[in-house]
Design a protein around this ligand. Structure first.
Ligand code: HEM
Length: 412
């Protein structure tokens, strides 16, 4: 339940206060009733909970119209002071380009965008389908598996490391271990992150020694170097932070999306049968609607650079703001019958599961391809069903939302 209390009702101060934090462990399993209730009661509201280890108190923006307005207004809703729902120390690690504003953000995106366009992803489609089939084949050979550890957590790193970093599955066992630690013991993040950062730093040095600029790592290795003509000035730390975000941004997020969708497919055989014959165009709509419905990345942080009034709330420059993508994606003012999965809805692609505005997800076409290939292959299996009686999925209270386990039985 969301508890509220009346704050000092003076002019220009929040009149109602909730005690909402996106990482509340009890939110994860009661997610949609709580998010819907929060949005229905308050389009925008003040929460008195911490948003970093140093500061408490932030606005929560919940309704679609306000989330969209804030998302596209990067001048007022800045990312330079952090975009995580609960903020880490930016001096230790900044997510780049996410935690930057223009003009720096614009310059970096211009160099990264070509690797992630729909056309660039089209070229890699066959490789993605092949990896989906390989992983499913291994699951089928076992007969019964935890689909989260065997498939949904395996696919995103396999695809990314091979496609973008020339690393085969046999070479990335240590990366999978790090990812698993980050998922299951996030408190150990500072302990395990340096290994991945160190590996990235070495890769950038290697690309410069090779004089290679033909791949993602090569472009990042030469980005904003002294004397380069890309108009950027970046430190080596910033280049390493950029490569690190490229790797990490598509992991927990895509895993969460695949996991939530797999739960639905394993528990709704009529839906699976319907999707088995869906053509490519329809599958595109299916992916969008699933993303709206599940919202694997529920929230994001911003900091105001000026005073703004939103839904009658007086927000001040330097206030912290939480954009609630998930609540917006189930806003009945935007989506008719929002708690139903409806592939026919007219505005199916107007969801904010990938964010909105200049920081809209760089990897959205890659994620869509992985999800589409997975839905197609899972739906075409003869058997894909929950193998444990009375199974109820439990979700992680994390930055990306996804089920912790999914015991399934599968057969071709
Ligand atoms: C289903 C999977 C995914 C979801 C739901 C998702 C969601 C999001 C969201 C909501 C944002 C905006 C954050 C904000 O505005 O604060 C974002 C940004 C971003 N995403 Fe994704 N993402 C997914 C997969 C990926 C993949 C596969 C990559 C691979 C590179 C990726 C890379 C990024 C990057 C680099 C940004 C920052 C963009 C910028 O600041 O300009 N994401 N994502």
């Amino acid at each position: 339940m969301i508890m509220t209390s009346s704050a000092e009702a003076s002019q220009n101060e929040p009149q109602e206060v909730v005690h909402f934090t996106p990482l509340d462990p009890t939110l994860a399993d009661d997610f949609w009733p709580r998010m819907n209730n929060l949005r229905d009661r308050y389009p925008v509201v003040w929460s008195d909970q911490p948003w970093s280890d140093k500061a408490a108190g932030f606005w929560v923006v919940n309704d679609y119209a306000d989330v969209m307005a804030a998302g596209v207004n990067w001048r007022a809703f800045s990312n330079a002071q952090g975009a995580a729902p609960v903020q880490f120390d930016l001096d230790i690690l900044r997510m780049i380009p996410l935690e930057t504003d223009p003009p720096l953000h614009r310059g970096i995106r211009r160099l990264l965008n070509p690797f992630f366009t729909a056309e660039a992803q089209q070229a890699g489609e066959a490789g993605i389908q092949e990896k989906v089939d390989t992983l499913l084949g291994r699951c089928i050979a076992k007969g019964e598996v935890d689909f989260i550890s065997e498939f949904t957590q395996a696919l995103p790193p396999l695809v990314f490391f091979e496609t973008y970093l020339e690393q085969q599955e046999s070479e990335i066992g240590w990366v999978l271990e790090i990812l698993n630690t980050l998922l299951t013991q996030p408190e150990k993040a500072l302990e395990v992150a340096p290994r991945l950062l160190g590996w990235g730093a070495e890769l950038l040095v290697k690309r410069r020694e090779q004089g290679r600029r033909d791949d993602l790592a090569g472009v990042i290795a030469h980005m904003g170097l002294e004397g380069s003509d890309d108009g950027l000035e970046l430190s080596e730390k910033q280049r390493i932070e950029t490569l690190n975000l490229m790797i990490m941004a598509g992991m927990e997020t895509t895993m969460g999306a695949l996991g939530s969708i797999a739960v639905r497919l394993a528990t709704d055989q009529a839906l699976r049968a319907e999707l088995a014959t869906a053509d490519d165009k329809r599958l595109g709509r299916v992916v969008d609607e699933f993303l709206r419905f599940e919202s694997p990345v529920p929230t994001a942080g911003r900091t105001l650079t000026e005073d703004v009034e939103m839904s009658g709330c007086p927000m001040h420059g330097s206030d912290r703001v939480l954009l609630n993508w998930a609540a917006a994606n189930r806003d009945p003012a935007q989506f008719k019958n929002p708690d139903a999965l409806d592939f026919e809805r007219q505005n199916v692609s107007s969801h904010v599961a990938f964010g909105a505005g200049i920081h809209r997800c760089l990897g959205n076409h890659l994620a869509r391809r992985e999800i589409k290939a997975s839905i197609k292959a899972i739906s075409q299996l003869a058997t894909f069903e929950v193998s444990q009686d009375d199974f109820t999925p439990s979700y992680r209270p994390a930055f990306a939302r996804g089920p912790i386990s999914l015991p399934v039985r599968l057969a071709r």
